[in-house]
Design a protein around this ligand. Sequence first.
Ligand code: EPU
Length: 438
Amino acid sequence: LEALGLESILEKLTIEGGRALRGKVTVSGAKNAAVAIIPAALLVDGVCTVENVPNIKDVNILTEIMTKLGAKIAWVTRNELRIDSRNIKSSSATFDIVKSLRASYYLLGALIGRFNSAQVAFPGGCDFGHRPIDQHIKGFKALGANVEDHMGVVTLKAECLQGSKIFLDVVSVGATINLMLASVMADGVTIIENPAKEPHIVDVANFLNAMGANVKGAGTDEIKITGVARLVGGTSYSIIPDQIEAGTFMIAAAASKGDVVVHNLIPKHMESLTAKLLEMNVLIESGDDWIRVTSGEELTPSNVKTMPYPGFPTDLQPLISVLLCLANGSSTLTEAVWDSRFQYVDELKKMGANIRVDGRTSYIQGVETLMGASLKSLDLRAGAALIIAAIAAKGSSSIYNVNYVDRGYEDIEGKLVNLGALISRQNISIDEYSANAI
Ligand code: EPU
């Protein structure tokens, strides 16, 4: 279990609800940038130092996988990683732990980009219905790789990758990043059309450029990668703040009727959320790298639809759902990125939420208050949503499957305790786990 980063499976969080969050909280580095930038360091025959790395399970799983490939990786400080990719022994990552991490797919782009060969076990991770990687594969083929997919293992091979024009049929964060990684040292120019524009796409491009790549247009409608013969060397780089963690604390502040200043964020990245919060009668103030969230008189209902960046992020969808549950009136919430991401709704219903799901939309009738309950998180953001719901609720809640939350949030309960939440972690027996978490 420990090897899979799942040791916290036999733990639960206990939360006494009803306390307004107050004070300051500092956001960590972006998970979804880190899980791409760390494998991107495999592209260089050199040493990289990456700062502002969130110290979370997903990062630790990734460093373990890369260590097995021959990278030498060490935490220099709590949030700084040193990655030495000079002696990579293998471009084959087919061992079990690879399958436990969705972001393992970035090993495909990084390894084919460096060695013209990659073999990676098909990724797992949070389950939101069908999670294809056809756009990644289509792009690798366009770059000249031969692709085989056999028994859950994807094998890529190329004599030499050739730059190409790739139009993504769906806006995909993973495919956009993977194709940037694969093409930095391809022969000629690669154009990615209809790319994702999330802040971490730009962060990965900046990291690649710091190593000597030539990537232009990340964050716009077209990314142009001019292949370089080799990357000049390792670099030092600091990861951007986590947009979703920042949003988590902003929503938690509003749901608990609190007053919180969220530090170390980029306000521009938060615009779709701040616009929604303002619409819901939440008070917002902001500065260069902080946003203060204070609850107004009463939450007004709203209609939310998730979209690729700069739209409302799907990763905040379960969390904003909690806020809509506490608004005075009817709201709708439409998931337009993933096929299915409403698995948490049954848990909120246990707390007295009034939600009906029909296809990709949930219809929410606000209630006066949520009530504490025994809850299980079914994925990372669902778990974060339940934590917020439990903080806002009357009474006590237990949250099982904390391991999902630990995969993506650094010290979430420490940060919440500092804001005045009554939250603690306990070990549980296998019997308690079986009775409540499965
Ligand atoms: N899609 C395809 N074909 C592909 C790739 C994606 O049809 O080849 C579809 C997906 O099924 C989905 C949509 O395109 O409907 C978007 O998927 P995307 O590829 O953008 O997602 P991802 O790269 O697998 C990342 C984040 C997710 C986040 C999504 C969307 C990482 C490791 N994961 O996933 O984050 O929800 O982008 O923003 O970066 C999370 O942090 O909780 C999380 C799940």
